[in-house]
Ligand binder design. Structure first.
Ligand SMILES: C[S@@+](CC[C@H](N)C(=O)[O-])C[C@H]1O[C@@H](n2cnc3c(N)ncnc32)[C@H](O)[C@@H]1O
Length: 218
């Protein structure tokens, strides 16, 4: 997650009164981000609400620390399912989650992820909430965010089962429309969502692609 200076008074004040932060504490989630995935997963894709993450599924969670999305995914896939999570940062253990600390953009990280998914070679859902450390320089931040989203899309196209799902964080920037266009080629249904827990001032949105077609545009 982006580092905050301790002197960032406005952020601290907002953080301690933020309804999603308070709810996360009450409900035992490690981050307010958990509510973004809970909302995304409750959308009626394909006509039936709550089918995005279900019992027995294998899920990859990219950019997982501190673990809110992994907690939600592990709850939803249950004991018969599997969650494989990866982050540059350390993440304390979570039941039902295999965690790999590594760089998703690096060869070693990708190889470890592939090994953790085995013996299956494919997964049902790829989640990516990856975000670069923000510099405050809008164009640079957008470009780095776009690279992460593009890499997650590519990984999904190589790893998803036919009919599988991708949820990926996007930053609204110059490459946004092209990313959505490409996703429409790879998935039968594509929706862009700004969950309520996503702060208004954040340029982030989430692309959800369901029904992986199995033929990559990349
Ligand atoms: C917004 S936070 C994720 C929050 C998380 N989904 C949750 O629910 O708690 C974004 C994360 O992306 C991670 N990240 C950024 N670039 C990455 C990379 N190349 N490989 C792995 N993780 C990365 C950051 O370290 C950070 O922890």
């Amino acid at each position: 997650m982006a580092k905050r200076r301790p002197s960032s008074g406005r952020w601290l004040r907002e953080h301690h009164t933020d309804p999603f932060v308070l709810r996360a504490r009450r409900e035992g989630y490690r981050s307010r981000a958990a509510f973004k995935l809970l909302e995304i997963a409750s959308y009626p894709f394909g006509g039936t609400p709550g089918r995005l993450l279900g019992p027995g599924m294998t899920v990859v969670d990219l950019g997982s620390a501190p673990g809110g999305w992994s907690q939600v995914a592990a709850e939803m896939v249950g004991g018969q399912g599997r969650v494989v999570a990866m982050d540059l940062l350390a993440m304390p253990p979570l039941e039902g989650v295999i965690f790999i600390q590594g760089d998703f953009l690096g060869e070693v990280g990708l190889r470890s992820l592939g090994e953790a998914i085995q013996p299956r070679r494919t997964v049902d859902v790829v989640l990516s909430d990856m975000a670069p450390n923000m510099t405050g320089i809008a164009l640079a931040d957008q470009t780095r965010g776009e690279s992460l989203a593009e890499a997650a899309h590519e990984f999904a196209c190589q790893t998803l089962e036919l009919g599988g799902t991708l949820v990926v964080k996007l930053f609204h920037g110059p490459g946004f429309h092209e990313t959505v266009r490409r996703a429409r080629m790879d998935f039968t249904r594509v929706k862009v969502i700004k969950p309520q827990a996503s702060r208004d001032r954040s340029a982030e949105q989430y692309l959800v692609g369901v029904g992986f077609r199995g033929v990559s545009s990349s």
